[in-house]
Design a protein around this ligand. Structure first.
Ligand SMILES: N[C@H](CCC[C@H](N)C(=O)O)C(=O)O
Length: 283
């Protein structure tokens, strides 16, 4: 079966987009298998995940994401910016702001243009963070604290669990460059107190308006950026009294602007989205 695809990236977090509004791909193929095969950096196209464009009965369009290991995630912040740019520039959506159905609920991207009238950046209303253990889900002792000590091997790690529709464990460290992200992130990703596993963000506070971040992603490993993770990191940093609600997040792939509107409790994420190439692949 020949399938058309578009390869895009948001701060180096890269994805393969396929339009399955007809359902033809789903009818003949298996999304998790496609993700594992196409995301492979040597035997496939290479990406951190695949993203499907689907019809929605409740919103303007529907978004599904599968990580490189084939697991489905509820949401993807960097992927959503690329999704919005692709849909607007291909005419699937004919207005700059629209509503998207995701497993994390309604998400609302708005595209912005450069002088040549091309989409240069995208602001996404990411909805509200969730902090209650049942919503994350997280089974460790939290009580009313925002941070929780978790035993990881011979160590105790203090982490702040946050959901952006998908789970995140935010860990504050003195120097992110000194981190062995794989060695430290893997056992937290798979820790029993995260029954659906978790993404793991390592955060170094620069000042009350800036943080440095590295990320070990559930189902994808260390990536150059994580949009939902950057939102979770700002929520955790603010709740722990380390930053304000408006933060510039420095990631390996570039910067994201995050704003937590405390009146509405919605989080806004603004950053770039880049088209890399399109093609056709026989599956
Ligand atoms: N690995 C994530 C999905 C991708 C999220 C990330 N790439 C982003 O930009 O938000 C998870 O399993 O929840």
């Amino acid at each position: 079966m020949d399938v058309n695809f578009s390869k895009m990236e948001g701060l180096g977090n890269d994805f393969i987009f396929m339009d399955d509004r007809t359902g033809a791909i789903k009818t003949h193929l298996n999304y998790p298998d496609i993700a594992r095969r196409l995301c492979h950096r040597h035997f496939g196209i290479g990406a951190d995940g695949i993203i499907l464009i689907l019809n929605s009965h409740t919103e303007d369009i529907r978004f599904r994401i599968f990580n490189a290991d084939g697991s489905e995630a509820q949401m993807c912040g960097n992927g959503m910016r690329c999704f919005a740019k692709l849909l607007f520039e291909t005419g699937i959506i004919d207005r700059p702001e629209f509503h998207v159905e995701t497993l994390a609920g309604r998400v609302t991207p708005k595209v912005f243009f450069d002088k040549e009238n091309r989409v240069s950046s995208v602001r996404v209303d990411m909805g509200e963070p969730a902090l209650t253990p049942d919503k994350i889900p997280f089974t460790g002792l939290l009580s009313d604290a925002v941070s929780c000590p978790v035993t990881v091997g011979d160590d105790t790690v203090l982490l702040t669990p946050v959901s952006m529709g998908n789970p995140h464990a935010v860990v504050f460290v003195p120097d992110i460059r000194a981190m062995d992200v794989e060695k430290t992130g893997t056992p937290i990703e798979n820790h029993p107190c995260f029954p659906e596993k978790t993404n793991v963000e390592f955060i170094e506070i620069v000042n009350e308006h800036e943080i440095n971040m590295r990320v070990w992603e559930r189902g994808a490993g260390e990536t150059l950026a994580c949009g939902t993770g950057a939102c979770a990191a700002v929520v955790a940093s603010h709740l722990n009294g380390k930053t304000g609600p408006e933060v510039l997040v420095h990631l390996a792939g570039g910067d994201l602007s995050i704003y937590w509107d405390k009146k509405t409790n919605h989080i806004y994420k603004t950053g770039p989205a880049t088209f890399v190439f399109s093609g056709k692949i026989c599956l």
